[in-house]
Ligand binder design. Sequence first.
Ligand code: PAF
Length: 279
Amino acid sequence: MMILRTTPEMRGQSRTWHRAGESVGFVPTMGFLHEGHLSLVRIAKERCDRVVLSIFVNPTQFGPNEDLAAYPRDFARDEALCRTAGVDAVFYPEVATMYAPDHSTWVVEEALTGVLCGASRPGHFRGVTTVVSKLFHIVEPDVAVFGRKDAQQALVIERMVRDLDFAVEIVVAPLVREADGLAMSSRNKYLSADERQRALSISRGLRQAVALYERGERVGAALCGAVAGEIAAAAGRIDYVELVARADLRPVAQVEGPVLLAVAARFGATRLIDNVFLG
Ligand code: PAF
């Protein structure tokens, strides 16, 4: 497995593979890998001859009071996991490689980023779309795989790829949960034992909403209320619990077509997100 740290090395390797007729799959990450990331690698391996995984804690997608400095990092562990998973190359750039000191060009999606995480984390998606554009230009992948836990991020990337004619196919992979239901996230590491126990209220609430839906409930307030009630009872601080159309994230009052029931909540200082698809 190669570890590539510069743009010319990464782009050169991708072009060497392409010249040999090999396709390149790409899994962008911020590291501290877990089973959710490894499931993305498996999908990329099924689809492509070669797999690149990037590890880059992207400073531009963190707000000034967010967890950039504290974000968990363990390159040795990530490297071992990538080797076992059969990754061909890890792209592991420095911040200075990705951002010139006078970096001044941004990629901004304007229709889907004002709601949900875009409303509670101003500037977050501008950082994501910018870094993912840069990574696509450096890795030149044929296929890129994103997780559905970040459902809004996946939708925003799909829109960006369509609108800006990136020559990459986006694959959105299923959300992976721990055995007890908690959606896998690198940030789960921050949770104390008590917070982790209370954080299970998110997935429990979503399961209740699915059960209500399956019994015929279609009213957004009732579905969201079930989730919010569980989280509030576990003393979680809700950022949002919202029902939105899956195609464009427009808030909806009823489940009439495909919708996303999306949640963000804090337990202690840790902000967690989760979601289910209904309809
Ligand atoms: O989902 C993530 O880990 C990040 O937002 C991504 C896509 C790697 C961009 O920094």
